[in-house]
Design a protein around this ligand. Structure first.
Ligand code: UDX
Length: 434
């Protein structure tokens, strides 16, 4: 199969290279000349484990290429994927679909013969209908089908999520497009991955429902963690105790500083807005959103309390800035709330993150960046762990204690065992554990 992939952001790039690795010929197209130049030189604009080598392999085997020219990308394509951004629209929280609609117009102008147009971006219910209308208006003669095929990949595990998904969801209404989609996902068919064919609107909603449910699960356990702290229970054991019930499931029950990232905050907001507009409010998701926002803000207070009620004039070491490990992504990261609040309370901040410090420089003012964990914590009054990078789990605690001015650790990701930290003489605060 020949695939044109419009948009070389996270979803576009990962989907493009994985389809190429499935054996298809993929041309990725983007309007950003700098990105295309980089990609053509073998550089990857984002940090994602395994992506660089997979791109290099598929480029060298001539299944993957990058261009600024949509006509070149679409020549002979069996499927055209739209994987452009759908940011939250300023002001009202709805998804901004201008990039999607602009792409649809351009695709319409270049269609030749039956074309399967697939949305990979997360788009509100009804967007496929809108794309269909745009194409029909521009090209009344065109023969095409608009398909919804949402992507469920997680940053940091994106390639594995794409190649070994729990399921693939496809929404369409044309048997010819169904054949194309089956061919594209043939390697997954062969290993018996469930592929759910449904109608387009249902498929569009499945993506939002999945993200909203996962955000709810996290927020649920985060509130349970607060309760655990008050009543002397251990949230990790509560997670395990409920998660072993197959009806609940053990994933996404790690309590922390609140969810961030490019999807959960944006998608929960967008689905809440859609639901309000059609008069079927999602009150649980509305609450989840608010609780999560409040939580990220309240984490600075937790740090201040652990530092004896004030951080004024103190030097705080922050380990981890990205919204989660194995990514350089800072979008809606809890660090964006926590660090400015600590600074406003008079703290000076030294931070270290293995991948996101370049990105962080656009977000924070007046912080010092360290070259590694140990120089970050050197002479600090307290350490705050915001992101659970593996390398933070493996720090030498004796060396850490010797480097600190005061042995105070606030671990917002529960990466250490409270008993061990107590035995080593730390004043250790974590989330939802005695
Ligand atoms: C998410 C969805 O998982 C993915 O299916 C969708 O396509 C895009 O959005 P992503 O944002 O990359 O993926 O990361 P994810 O691993 O889901 O984490 C999201 C946020 O939730 C992070 O801030 C993470 O720290 C937090 N989280 C996750 C928790 O606090 N606890 C958990 O148990 C799991």
């Amino acid at each position: 199969m020949r695939v044109a992939m419009i948009g070389t952001g996270y979803v576009g790039l990962v989907s493009g290279v994985c389809f190429a690795d499935f054996g298809h010929t993929v041309v990725c197209v983007d309007k950003d000349a700098r990105k295309i130049d980089m990609l053509n030189q073998g550089q990857i604009p984002i940090y994602e484990p395994g992506l660089e080598s997979l791109v290099a392999k598929n480029v060298s085997e001539k299944r993957l290429s990058f261009t600024l020219d949509l006509a070149e990308a679409m020549a002979g394509a069996d499927a055209v994927f739209i994987a452009v951004g759908t940011p939250s629209r300023r002001g009202d929280g709805h998804a901004d679909l201008s990039y999607i609609y602009a792409a649809a117009e351009e695709v319409a102008g270049l269609m030749d013969g039956f074309t399967t147009v697939v949305t990979k971006s997360t788009v509100p219910v009804g967007t496929g209908d809108e794309i269909e209308a745009i194409i029909k208006k521009a090209r009344p003669d065109a023969d095409f089908c608009v398909v919804s095929n949402p992507e469920f990949l997680r940053e940091g595990a994106a390639i594995d999520d794409f190649k070994r998904p729990d399921r693939v969801v496809v929404g369409l209404n044309d048997p010819r497009a169904e054949t194309v989609m089956k061919q594209l996902y043939r390697p997954l068919y062969l290993n018996e991955t469930p592929i759910l064919f449904t109608n387009r609107r249902t498929s569009e909603l499945i993506k939002y429902a999945a993200n909203a449910f996962l955000a709810t699960k996290i927020t649920f356990i985060n509130e349970m963690a607060d309760l655990c702290e008050k009543v002397g229970a251990n949230v990790q054991e509560v997670s395990r105790g409920i998660g072993l019930d197959g009806r609940i499931g053990k994933k996404f029950l790690n309590a922390g500083p609140g969810y961030g990232g490019s999807c959960f905050p944006k998608d929960t907001l967008a689905v809440v807005k859609t639901a309000q507009d059609v008069g079927a409010p999602l009150r649980i998701i509305e609450a989840v959103e608010q609780v999560n926002k409040d939580r990220k803000k309240s984490m600075a207070q937790k740090v201040i309390a652990a530092c004896g009620g004030s951080v004024d004039g103190k030097s705080i070491a922050v380990l981890g800035l990205a919204f989660k490990p194995n990514t350089d992504d800072m979008r809606d990261a809890p660090s964006l709330d926590i660090i400015p609040a600590l600074q406003a309370a008079g703290a000076s901040i030294t931070a270290f993150d293995p991948e996101s410090m370049g990105e962080a420089k656009h977000h924070f003012k007046d912080i010092t960046y360290a070259d590694d964990s140990y120089s970050c914590i050197d002479r600090a009054d307290a350490v705050v762990i915001i992101t659970e990078w593996d390398q933070f789990r493996a720090l030498d605690l004796t060396r850490m204690k010797a480097a600190l001015k005061a042995p105070i650790i606030i671990d917002l990701r529960n990466i250490y065992a409270p008993e061990e930290m107590a035995a080593k003489g730390f004043q250790y605060t974590s989330i939802g554990r005695p």
